[in-house]
Design a protein around this ligand. Sequence first.
Ligand code: MG
Ligand code: ZN
Length: 213
Amino acid sequence: MNPGAPGVGVGAGGGPFRRHHPDVAHRRAVFLDRDGVLVADVHHLRRADQLRLLPGVPEALARLRAAGWALVVATNQSVVARGWISEGELRDIHRMLAAMLLDRGVALDAIYYCPHHPEGKVSEYRLVCPCRKPNPGMLLRGAAELGLDLSESVMVGDALSDIEAGRRAGCRTVLMCGGVVEAEPQAVAASDYVAADIEAAAAWILALPPRQG
Ligand SMILES: [Mg+2]
Ligand SMILES: [Zn+2]
C-alpha cells in the first residue's frame, strides 16, 4: 500500500464496530457500496443528517448476516480530497450509519473508505490511490484484516467502478439498478447479476453455492 494510507473507516482501525473473527479464517463477505446501495445517493453527501437508509436495507443485511456473511462497506469518498468535509467528519458520518443499522439490528464488520482523488484540492489527499474503486484495495485490505475469502465473496454496487473493483479482487459482483440513476450498460455486462433492489441482491447471494468444495 502507498504511504498515503488508504482510508480506513469506522472500526478498521480498531474502533468500536470492528468484529474480529480469528477463528473463522475464510469467511464469506458481502462488500457493499455506500451511496445508492445502503443509503440514498444525494451526490456528495456531507452530513450525517443526509443519511437515508434505502428501503429494505436493514432486513436484507440482517438476512445475510444471519447466514454467516460478513458485511463490509467499501466507499469512495473524494469529498475529503475535494475539501468539502474533513476525514473526521466522514468518520462521524460513518459512525452514524453504523449506529442507524445497529438500531435496526444489523452490525457491520467494517467500513472502508478512500478519501483520495488524483485531482483533489487538499494536497495530502491528492493521489492515485490503490483503494479508489475501480481499484480493489479496500476489498484486499478487508480480506487481510478480517480473514475473508475473496473468491467466495460478493461486491454489491450501483456503478461500473464497483463492479470492476469486485472483479479485480476476484469476487462475484451484483449490480444494483433500482436507483434513480440508470445502470451503465458496461456495468450490466460486467456484473454476475443485476438486482432491482437490495432484497433481490440478498436473495441471489443467499442462493449462491460455494465455488469450491
Ligand atoms: Mg454508489
Ligand atoms: Zn485512497
